[in-house]
Design a protein. Structure first.
Length: 509
C-alpha cells in the first residue's frame, strides 16, 4: 500500500498580482449537456468540455486543452440568478468530476443549495493531459515495489535508498516523456488560470467562488494571490502551507504537527466511549496505557512479522493502519476492532482483508500527483544533504508517524521538468476583493490548523474557523455550525469572528 505518491529548469515566477500573459478569448461560453454516466445524487447533473490554452505563456501557440466539466444545478426553486461555485478536491492528482457527482448532495447542503456547483478534472489527472510514467498499472506497481518509500527509521541507509529510488523513478519518467513537453503544462499556476477561464466562460460576474480542499486549498491560495481582485468567495479547507509546498519539494513540512496529538485524543475518546463502542477500550483502562499497547504491538510485528495468506503483517503495515485511522475517521469503530485483533493475534485473516480493501481504495491510476508537485516546486535538491533539514523538521514534529512518511521529501529528486509558470510568492500582504474563509480541524493529521493560521496571516481580512474534530478536512465529521458558516458566507458574504470554533454534531464513537 502506498500512502504517498517525485526535478532541472527555471520556472516562471509571478508577482503578487497576475494579469493575463497575453490577450485570448476565454468567454466563448460552455455548452452543457447530458453526461455519459448516471447521476449519483438526488438531483440532475450536466456535463461539458471546454477548451483552454495549453500554454498560457506562449502568445503564438494555438494549441488548446479540453477540460472535462460537471455541473450539479442549484437546488433552489427561486428565479434569482444563480452563481456558480467551483470545486477542487485535492491531491494533487485527484479528478473532480466523479467526486462532485458522488458528493453533490452534501456540498449543496453545506453551501446552502443556492448555487450551481461545478468541477473539472485538472491538468495531469484522469483523461486531461494525463501524466503517467508507466504504460500499465502492473508496471507502476512493480516500480513501487522496486523503489518503495522506506520508513526513515527502518535502518541506517533507508533515506538514502528512498532518495536513490526517487532518482530512478525520475529517470523512468524522463525516458517516457523524452521530447514531450506536456509535463511543463500541468503545474498549479496553469490550473489557476484554467479556473479563471472557466469563470469567464460562465458569463456571470467574472468573480471566482471556490471550495478547495486539501491540495485544493493550495490551488485556491495560488489563484487568490495571482488574481486577488477577482475573488468573491473562497473556502479553503484542510489547508496546505503554500510557502512550504512551493519551496520544500512539493510538501508541507508541517503536515504532521497534530498527527500525534490527534492519535492520542482518539485513544482518549475510545476509552471514554468504552468497549461496547470502541473495541480497543477492552485492552486498557486509560489512553496512555492503550498507546503503549499499540506501539508495543507495532514493535512486536516489526521484530516478528507474520505471514497471513499473501500478506506480511509488519511494523509498517500496522503504522499505516494507525495513520489511516486518524486521517479517515468515518470507519473508526471498525478499524478499532481490527486493531484489537492485531493486538490479540486473532482473526488476522479478517485484518488482512480489511487492509487490502483499504489499499485498493487508494489505488494509483497515474502519476499526476508526482508530476504536479515536482514540476511546481523550486529550488531543487541536488543531493540527499539538501533534503535532510526537511526530513529532520518532520521527524521533530511527529514521533509516531513522521518516520513512516518523512522520506516523501525525496520524491522530487532530480525531477527533469519545471512548470512553465509557477507562483512562488509573496504570501504576505495579499488583499483580495473579498476576504478568504479558512477551515481547519483541531486534529487533522495531514493539514494542521497551524497551516490555516499561517496562510490566513498573509491574506488581509481573512478568517480562520476551527472545527473541533478529527480527520482530514471538515467533511470528515458533520458540523451544523460549519455548514451554517459556509452557507452564510457563500450566500450572504458574512464572516464569523476570526478564531471561531465549531463543534461537530456527533462524538467520534
Amino acid at each position: 500500500m502506498t500512502l504517498t505518491g517525485l526535478f532541472t529548469g527555471l520556472a516562471l515566477a509571478s508577482g503578487a498580482l497576475a494579469i493575463p500573459l497575453y490577450e485570448r478569448d476565454n468567454t466563448s461560453g460552455i455548452n452543457w449537456g447530458p453526461c455519459d454516466f448516471k447521476s449519483a445524487t438526488a438531483g440532475p447533473i450536466e456535463c461539458a468540455t471546454f477548451a483552454v490554452p495549453l500554454d498560457y505563456t506562449d502568445p503564438e501557440s494555438t494549441e488548446t486543452l479540453k477540460l472535462s466539466l460537471i455541473k450539479s444545478p442549484s437546488r433552489s426553486n427561486t428565479t434569482s440568478i444563480k452563481k456558480s461555485i467551483l470545486f477542487n478536491f485535492g491531491g494533487p492528482g485527484y479528478g473532480a468530476v466523479s467526486s462532485l457527482n458522488s458528493g453533490a448532495d452534501a456540498f449543496h447542503f453545506m453551501t446552502g443549495g443556492q448555487h450551481d456547483l461545478i468541477a473539472f478534472d485538472p491538468r495531469g489527472t484522469e483523461k486531461t493531459l494525463t501524466f503517467s510514467c508507466f504504460d500499465t498499472p502492473t508496471e507502476r506497481q512493480i516500480n513501487g515495489l522496486k523503489h518503495p518509500l522506506v520508513p526513515v527509521d527502518a535502518y541506517e541507509e533507508a533515506l538514502a535508498e528512498t532518495y536513490a529510488g526517487s532518482q530512478a523513478t525520475s529517470n523512468i519518467c524522463r525516458a517516457k516523456y523524452e521530447g514531450n513537453h506536456s509535463p511543463e503544462f500541468i503545474g498549479t499556476a496553469f490550473v489557476a488560470r484554467d479556473l479563471m477561464s472557466v469563470v469567464d466562460a460562465l458569463g456571470e460576474d467574472g468573480l471566482l467562488r471556490l471550495w478547495g480542499m486539501s491540495y485544493g486549498s493550495l490551488l485556491g491560495a495560488t489563484v487568490a494571490a495571482m488574481f486577488p481582485d477577482r475573488m468573491d468567495r473562497l473556502v479553503l479547507d484542510g489547508v496546505v502551507n503554500a510557502q512550504n509546498y512551493y519551496h520544500h519539494q512539493g510538501i508541507d513540512i508541517d503536515q504532521f504537527l497534530t498527527a500525534d496529538s490527534g492519535f492520542r485524543a482518539i485513544l482518549a475518546a475510545c476509552i471514554e466511549a468504552g468497549p461496547e463502542k470502541c473495541a480497543l477500550a477492552s485492552l486498557n483502562s486509560n489512553a496512555a496505557d492503550l498507546e503503549a499497547t499499540l506501539i508495543g504491538m507495532a514493535d512486536k510485528y516489526g521484530k516478528n512479522p507474520v505471514a497471513v495468506g499473501g500478506t506480511v503483517i509488519n511494523s509498517r503495515m500496522v503504522t499505516e493502519l494507525l495513520f489511516i485511522v486518524i486521517k479517515y475517521t468515518s470507519g473508526i469503530a471498525t478499524a478499532a476492532e481490527h486493531l484489537t485483533n492485531l493486538v490479540t493475534g486473532t482473526n488476522l485473516t479478517e485484518v488482512v482483508a480489511y487492509y487490502d480493501k483499504l489499499s485498493s481504495g487508494v489505488a494509483i491510476e497515474n502519476d499526476s500527483s508526482m508530476g504536479i508537485k515536482c514540476s511546481d516546486t523550486f529550488p531543487r535538491a541536488d543531493s540527499i544533504e539538501d533534503i535532510i533539514p526537511d526530513v529532520e523538521h518532520m521527524l521533530q514534529s511527529s514521533e509516531l508517524f513522521a518516520p513512516l512518511l518523512a522520506g516523501i521529501a525525496a520524491q522530487c529528486a532530480n525531477w527533469p521538468w519545471a512548470a512553465k509558470e509557477r507562483y512562488g510568492g509573496p504570501w504576505v500582504g495579499i488583499k483580495t476583493k473579498n476576504p478568504v474563509l479558512w477551515f481547519g480541524n483541531t486534529y487533522d493529521p495531514a493539514t494542521p490548523l497551524a497551516s490555516a493560521k499561517n496562510m490566513s496571516a498573509g491574506f488581509e481580512g481573512s478568517v480562520v474557523v476551527e472545527q473541533r474534530g478529527f480527520g482530514h478536512a471538515t467533511l470528515s465529521q458533520l458540523s451544523n455550525c460549519t455548514a451554517k458558516i459556509m452557507s452564510d458566507y457563500f450566500n450572504l458574504g458574512t464572516l464569523p469572528a476570526d478564531g471561531t470554533v465549531c463543534e461537530v454534531n456527533d462524538p467520534l464513537f
